[in-house]
Design a protein around this ligand. Structure first.
Ligand code: GLN
Length: 288
């Protein structure tokens, strides 16, 4: 694109980038071009549609080219812009954390629905990462308090940053550790988790973008179910009577995870909820 002498405009550069991304195997080439350009211009995407003829200055072109180069290397858009929207909130993300997915909003909605009538609920989030789940919950439940646990210290730094942005830091405690390790002896009204659930052998076959996400946030052991085994077997000691555990699960895992819960005979499977693509994505287990 640098050889071109004529002036680049919003319209012409989007067209060029869309084609370029397409050649590079990017899944949503035009959309990504628009997101990156609107980020550079500090405007929303609608602005682009009504300013196709707007010329780009040298600085904008330099910044945009840098981002286009990264995206062509299959770096996810969210890591390039450093942002991802989730539950209508803006989260800062780096390669230290998994990028929040729209499907995980189904998990958050399921928890919100069950806690909205509850007085001062206490919520535990296992593997909190960017904090998308627990921070959205606390932002929407003004008298709730939460604890977020993660094995990764750099991830917890991001959680803390996002908690401050969304003004929930005074109600959220962050702890470094493995599963229930740091909260031994405590009980919660709700335990939520989107644990790593991809079977180890499937990681190499994932899209290049996903392979740039933290391995520790993706790999769930040989069959992908390691964290469910650990969470479900220990959870009865950490849930208040009548409380619940809400888990995101991977494709075709809902049945196996429900079976793990039934096997212990303590929880009842209260709900299996589908995501926007019709995949069984969230399991709610109710404590007696
Ligand atoms: N949802 C992610 C994916 O589909 C996986 C996240 C996870 O393992 N919890 O790639």
């Amino acid at each position: 694109m640098s050889e071109k002498i004529e002036q680049w405009t919003v319209g012409s550069i989007l067209k060029w980038t869309g084609q370029y991304f397409c050649e590079k195997g990017v899944e949503s080439p035009r959309l990504d071009a628009e997101v990156l350009l609107s980020h550079i211009l500090g405007k929303d995407r609608l602005y682009l549609y009504v300013h196709f003829d707007r010329p780009l200055d040298e600085q904008e072109l330099t910044d945009y080219r840098k981002m286009v180069k990264q995206r062509a290397q299959r770096i996810p858009v969210a890591y390039i812009t450093g942002r991802k929207e989730f539950m209508g909130l803006d989260f800062a993300v780096t390669p230290d954390v998994l990028i929040p997915r729209p499907d995980t909003e189904v998990l958050v909605e399921a928890v919100l629905e069950r806690l909205k009538e509850k007085d001062k609920p206490l919520v535990l989030d296992i593997g909190t990462g960017s904090g998308a789940i627990i921070i959205s919950l606390l932002a929407k439940l003004p008298d709730a308090c939460g604890i977020g646990i993660d094995l990764s210290v750099p991830a917890l730094a991001m959680t803390g940053k996002n908690a401050a942005t969304h003004h929930v830091h005074d109600r959220l405690q962050l702890m470094e550790g493995d599963v229930f390790g740091p909260v031994s002896g405590q009980q919660f009204d709700a335990i939520v988790s989107n644990p790593p659930y991809i079977p180890d052998k499937d990681i190499d076959g994932l899209e290049p973008e996903v392979r740039r996400e933290p391995y520790g946030a993706l790999a769930g052991g040989q069959d992908g179910l390691n964290f469910y085994r650990r969470i479900i077997s220990q959870a009865p000691g950490y849930v208040n009577p009548g409380g619940f555990v809400a888990l995101e699960v991977g494709i075709n895992q809902a049945e196996a995870v429900a079976a793990l819960a039934k096997q212990d005979g303590i929880f009842t499977v209260e709900a299996v909820i589908k995501d926007y693509s019709g995949v069984e994505r969230v399991l709610v287990l109710r404590a007696p």
